[in-house]
Design a protein around this ligand. Structure first.
Ligand code: ADP
Ligand code: ADP
Ligand code: ZN
Length: 214
């Protein structure tokens, strides 16, 4: 089973992907996470990626599609994959078709997390993750059971993304509207898109996503 989680920044893609990893042993392929690794390197590519991400713009299609292909190559064919934050443009959607065909994989579902744009700024500016295991949290909507201690790994260091600020979020939302939302019809024509209410509480969103996967 290979699925795409589609939605604007802050829609809950990463949150739901982490839950599917736990419940189904699927693998989450997040181009955002891959690019955050890339930008750490003090190389021309690392610096270029950092600049584009901090501006809230999109990294080139060639770079992200090559990353996805490389990751898929390292996975056993029966491992289910959740594409989180990819594809983000029509060119990426076409590349993904070629990449999947090359690996003998099929796309099962595209799940669109439908959210109010007004809620996204608060979701994103309150977002943080465990520095040790990457579990996602939110200042208001998902706090650790014990303050300052990660529920999942017991770690006590947390981090925030440099691009999770209001100004960049506006650009990222505009990029989503202009370049990513237009790929929905591409998948709708195949009858594989399901819209899920992303404004519902996290557990309800999970229930709805699990129902789609069956
Ligand atoms: P995305 O990966 O789509 O950018 P995240 O999964 O990182 O979004 O979610 C953004 C922030 O909003 C996180 O801090 C997360 O805890 C929180 N969040 C996710 N889903 C919900 C929800 N259904 N209701 C309220 N907050 C949510
Ligand atoms: P969010 O979880 O808020 O939707 P991501 O972590 O997926 O954000 O992406 C963060 C940034 O990384 C994006 O604003 C963009 O600069 C870059 N990025 C991630 N995925 C892609 C992609 N598929 N194509 C182009 N740029 C990407
Ligand atoms: Zn942790």
């Amino acid at each position: 089973m290979n699925i795409i989680l589609l939605g604007p920044p802050g829609a809950g893609k990463g949150t739901q992907a982490q839950r599917l990893v736990e419940s189904r042993g699927m693998v989450q392929l997040s181009t955002g996470d891959m690019l955050r690794e890339t930008r750490k390197a003090d190389t021309p590519l690392g610096r270029q990626v950092a600049q584009v991400m901090d501006a809230g713009e999109l990294v080139s299609d060639e770079i992200v599609s090559a990353m996805i292909d490389e990751k898929l190559a390292s996975l056993a064919p029966e491992t289910g994959v959740i594409f989180d934050g990819y594809p983000r443009t029509e060119a990426q959607a076409r590349s993904l078709d070629t990449i999947l065909a090359g690996r003998g994989r099929k796309l099962g579902h595209v799940i669109e997390l439908d959210v109010d744009e007004d809620a996204l700024v608060e979701r994103i500016t309150g977002r943080y993750t465990c520095a040790t295991c990457g579990k996602g949290y939110h200042d208001r909507f998902e706090q650790p059971g014990v303050a300052g201690v990660c529920d999942k790994c017991g770690g006590s260091e947390f981090k925030r993304r440099p691009d999770d600020n209001e100004e960049t979020v506006r650009t990222r939302m505009a990029e989503y509207r202009a370049k990513t939302a237009p790929i929905l019809p591409f998948y709708e024509a195949r009858g594989i898109v399901t819209r899920v209410d992303g404004m519902a509480p996290m557990d309800d969103v999970t229930t709805a996503v699990e129902r789609v996967l069956g």
